[in-house]
Design a protein around this ligand. Structure first.
Ligand SMILES: Cc1cc2nc3c(=O)[nH]c(=O)nc-3n(C[C@H](O)[C@H](O)[C@H](O)COP(=O)(O)OP(=O)(O)OC[C@H]3O[C@@H](n4cnc5c(N)ncnc54)[C@H](O)[C@@H]3O)c2cc1C
Length: 339
């Protein structure tokens, strides 16, 4: 196997009729002449900025339909020095966004005595990256835990901002024509709002799908491959888009199904604040280790109904959230809990 470091892929090589991709055109960043890397199969894993839609057009194919959901997400992140027991042994505080409180934040223990705070806003609400503004944003969160933990702590760096304007899904599976010898996967196919923490899991599941398609020893058939990828992407895309559409300012079609699911999930989230098993059930679905239908199981639905009729008090919220994290340790270990 050969790895070409410091090279950029600048195009595809194909047969004169464009029916088969035969390699990738690469360029060394130091500025040498372009070279063609011949390949039986080219897999575009260049992420969100993938140029495959444009390159398909150059080869005489239509671009895939592009679905977008604009969320205008902004992060700001800063690390602090705090004692390891700053949260009484807990590893994280996670405050997720709701339509009423669209600001969110997470405080996470890192190695040693370092802790990371990430604050997030939506639809143009940018957490400031100046120290005072950053703290003020932390203070504005619905619950005081994160602000109280860091307000007098020693910061180890300056806040750093990051913006994610829009989730994008390219519908390669709907194309009638596609060249042989080329596949696309990962963020190049679908780039999710990162708050749901799904992208790496989905990319890994897609890599497993690629392995299955390669097992026959022949070049994978693009239509079948993209149909399999669509099955991998459908559920996490529905979770992310459905979640984003719960915010009134996000544009998109709110089908009766989306409205019903969001109404149910709002009740589930409320009930989960004092029911660890519900919180664990939700985290398993969000972490893609359980199917969404598991949240409609009668045993879960009854707890949701019961919980929404008996709202939590502040103290039960704290203790049962701790139980929920313990109930879903694999999700915490893998870090699948973005703000
Ligand atoms: C802020 C943030 C937080 C996230 N949190 C999580 C999380 O908690 N859990 C989770 O599962 N996912 C998370 N994700 C999503 C996850 O990072 C992506 O889904 C995942 O990295 C996609 O992998 P990929 O290999 O498809 O693309 P990428 O990781 O983007 O890799 C693409 C690679 O291709 C290279 N490349 C691009 N163009 C060229 C070119 N022309 N020539 C050569 N090389 C090129 C790039 O340099 C890059 O190395 C998060 C994303 C963001 C932005």
């Amino acid at each position: 196997m050969t790895f070409l470091d410091s090279h950029d892929i600048v195009g595809l090589a194909a047969t004169p009729d464009g029916r088969r991709v035969t390699g990738a055109r690469v360029l060394h960043r130091a500025g040498s002449a372009e070279q063609v890397l011949g390949a039986d199969l080219v897999v575009d894993a260049t992420g969100r900025g993938s140029r495959t839609p444009v390159r398909l057009e150059v080869l005489g194919y239509p671009r895939p339909v592009k679905e977008q959901v604009r969320i205008g997400l902004s992060y700001a992140t800063r690390t602090y020095r705090l004692p390891p027991d700053a949260l009484d042994g807990d590893l994280a505080v996670l405050q997720t966004a709701t339509s009423e409180h669209p600001r969110s934040g997470v405080l996470l223990r890192l190695e040693g005595d370092r802790w990371m705070v990430t604050l997030a806003g939506r639809l143009g609400d940018h957490p400031p990256t100046d120290p005072d503004g950053f703290l003020a944003f932390a203070r504005s969160l619905r619950f005081p835990d994160i602000y109280q933990a860091v307000r007098d702590a020693e910061p180890l760096d300056d806040p750093v901002g990051f913006r994610f304007p829009v989730s994008v899904r390219h519908r390669y599976e709907r194309l009638d024509r596609f060249p042989d010898g080329l596949l696309v996967l990962g963020d190049a196919v679908c780039s999710f709002n990162p708050v749901y923490g799904q992208g790496m899991t989905v990319a890994a599941l897609e890599a497993l799908s690629l392995r299955r398609h390669l097992q026959h020893g022949t070049r994978p058939q693009p239509h079948r491959f993209f149909a399999d990828l669509a099955r991998v992407v459908d559920v996490p895309w529905d979770i992310a888009v459905g979640g984003d559409l719960a915010f009134p300012g996000v544009q998109g079609r709110r089908t009766p199904k989306v409205r019903l699911i969001n109404a149910y999930l709002a009740r589930l989230h409320a009930a989960a604040t004092h029911d660890a098993s519900l919180a664990g059930a939700f985290l398993r679905v969000a972490g893609l280790v359980a199917p969404p239908q598991s949240l409609l199981h009668p045993g879960v639905a009854v707890r949701v109904l019961w919980g929404s009729l008996h709202p939590a008090t502040a103290s039960t919220v704290v203790s049962s959230n701790r139980d929920a994290v313990q109930a879903a340790p694999s999700l915490v270990d893998s870090g699948d809990m973005s703000p």
